[in-house]
Design a binder for this molecule. Structure first.
Ligand code: SF4
Length: 364
């Protein structure tokens, strides 16, 4: 594949397949778009770091600034080779919670179906990096049959999340088949899709794709915008097409050191998301996956960010800050402390701007 200069914007720039096929992977290709640092070049030569960046996402990078938030999410650094204390290849024990191939069953009433291990762009902070991008393939017919059989045999499963990898790297026909099989299970109430396509390859949201998705309501989509710089005309158009089709879109941001670990960046991000009719849903503390330790922030930083948002912007804009329990215990919400004391008579509380108030308890 020849190197692609993002700035040239060839004729097929707006074709998601063209973007996908021309993902930038090498020093030579990326060197045509940005001024790589020696550290980035050294990490790009590591054969075990999976790299793939759509020309669109690469075009958002600052060619001169190695701290650019888009660059830091897509171009590896040597730090990925380090294993910090407490890290693990599978920190959430997803393999242990997989009763059949491609299913993760952590909570009683819902499952994750891993639709593929391929992504439009490989994020450096990916929790599933142990498998994502290693082999670029979607689930086979047999795997789909096995997964659907598992779901169909458990009436308590009311919610299926199709994740990956990025399920929106699959062709419309394949996605249609998967969705039809899941929707045919009578006790499945809602289907969710987790995707970064609107962020890293927004041209994937075509009218044909939307027509497929609309057939399977109630269907929800969660995206992952991590920085306001990712909100562009193209990504806004992609999200509008989903929302206009009646698909509620939520956002799950990963808290990333040096990228979005400040109140200012998070506030701008959540406010921009609301303008796109996207509900900020979760702010994730970075998981303990091997190779992403350099993205971790102290938990206190996440609490500070929520404190800096709550009351200071629309309540609708404030996500829930969560830690995914190491070992697979599920998401744990972590909040700033607003309750100062509690007795049978009253609760003493702190307001968002530091005033102390009392709330009397009912006395009957
Ligand atoms: S899009 Fe999701 S699955 Fe793919 S690399 Fe990024 S975080 Fe991982």
């Amino acid at each position: 594949m020849s190197a692609v200069c993002c700035l040239c914007k060839p004729e097929r720039w707006h074709d998601w397949r063209w973007q996908f096929r021309h993902r930038l992977r090498t020093i030579e290709q990326l060197g045509q778009v940005i001024k790589l640092t020696p550290e980035e070049e050294a990490a790009l030569s590591q054969p075990n770091f999976v790299v793939g960046i759509t020309p669109y996402f690469a075009s958002l990078m600052d060619p001169e600034d190695p701290t650019c938030p888009i660059r830091r999410q897509a171009i590896p650094l040597a730090a990925e080779g380090a294993s910090g204390p407490g890290t693990a290849a599978d920190p959430l024990n997803e393999e242990g919670l997989s009763p059949v191939s491609r299913i993760i069953h952590r909570y009683p009433d819902r499952v994750v179906l891993l639709g593929t291990e391929t992504c439009h762009t490989y994020c450096r902070h990916c929790t599933r990096r142990r498998r994502v991008g290693m082999v670029e393939k979607g689930l086979t017919r047999d795997e789909l049959e096995g997964a659907v059989e598992y779901i169909a045999g458990r009436p308590e499963i009311r919610d299926v999340l199709i994740s990956g990898g990025d399920p929106l790297t699959l062709a419309n026909g394949q996605l249609d088949r998967i969705l039809a099989k899941i929707r045919a299970v009578p006790h499945v109430e809602i289907i969710r899709i987790g995707t970064r396509a609107p962020v890293t390859n927004p041209y994937r949201i075509t009218p044909d794709l939307v027509a497929v998705l609309k057939k399977y309501h109630p269907l929800w989509i969660n995206v992952q915008f991590n920085h306001p710089k990712e909100i562009t005309e193209a990504s806004a158009r992609a999200c509008a097409a989903l929302v206009d089709a009646g698909i509620p879109v939520g956002n799950q941001t990963v808290l990333l050191k040096g990228i979005n670990d400040s109140v200012d960046v998070q506030k701008r991000l959540v406010q921009e998301l609301l303008k796109l009719r996207i509900r900020p849903y979760y702010l994730y503390q970075c998981d303990l996956a091997k190779g992403i330790d350099h993205f971790r922030t102290p938990v206190a930083r996440g609490i500070e960010i929520i404190e800096g948002l709550r009351g200071h912007t629309s309540g609708l804009a404030v996500p829930t800050f969560v830690i995914d329990a190491p070992g697979g215990g599920g998401k744990i919400p972590v909040s700033p402390q607003y309750v100062i004391s509690q007795s049978p008579e009253k609760v003493v509380l702190r307001t968002y701007d530091g005033k102390i108030v009392e709330y009397p308890e009912p006395q009957f």
